[in-house]
Design a protein around this ligand. Sequence first.
Ligand SMILES: Cc1cc2nc3c(=O)[nH]c(=O)nc-3n(C[C@H](O)[C@H](O)[C@H](O)COP(=O)(O)O)c2cc1C
Length: 206
Amino acid sequence: MRELRPGDLTARARYELLTSLVVPRPIGWIGSWGPDGTANLAPFSYFAALSSSPLQVGVSVGHRRDSDGGWVPKDTLRNVREQGAFAVHVVTEPFLEAMNATSAELPATESEFAGAGLEVVPARVIDAPTVAGAPVVLECRVRQEVPLGEAPNTLVIGEVVHLRVSEELGFAPGTHRVDPEALRPVARLGGADYALLGRVRTLPRP
Ligand SMILES: Cc1cc2nc3c(=O)[nH]c(=O)nc-3n(C[C@H](O)[C@H](O)[C@H](O)COP(=O)(O)O)c2cc1C
């Protein structure tokens, strides 16, 4: 066994360990309006389902270094603070390449939608841009912001106030459970690796 103490490791090594060991991670692909109305879109795999009543999700958004070496929030964090809202898309196989393209660090005035050849559809009940044709959109209002100590990350907790789910995802009869084979979700592994849905095993609870 390799015994590792986080305090002895570089920040890079800690990142490599966490992101290759806590896998596969769902990806929240987040749309938000910029201050000048630019439609912003970026993927986040520090993303989780937090509660279902009410429906809440959490995303840990990093900060980036500015030219003076200080930390500034990524555009997504700045936008969700200003708008109090964001749209989460579940990343599915047909959108894998487009999702990756939207992780490019563009100036705040340039839209990742255009960069990735995606069309903007305004969210139904919140102020956020969404991806045309995306099979799942969770429209969220910011409930809480949680600083993560000295980490250059901020956890944003959003309440899902509206959902859009494609009928093509095949709800199980009499339920709201979506067929994973129809959804074809994509998850993040370490580095540039992604996991597609493998064999599904069904186990009744004891
Ligand atoms: C699959 C994937 C997952 C990512 N997860 C995160 C994350 O959890 N937190 C984060 O701060 N950045 C993450 N990134 C990097 C951001 O997407 C990237 O910094 C993006 O440019 C941020 O955009 P923004 O400045 O418009 O908010 C991820 C990138 C990819 C490709």
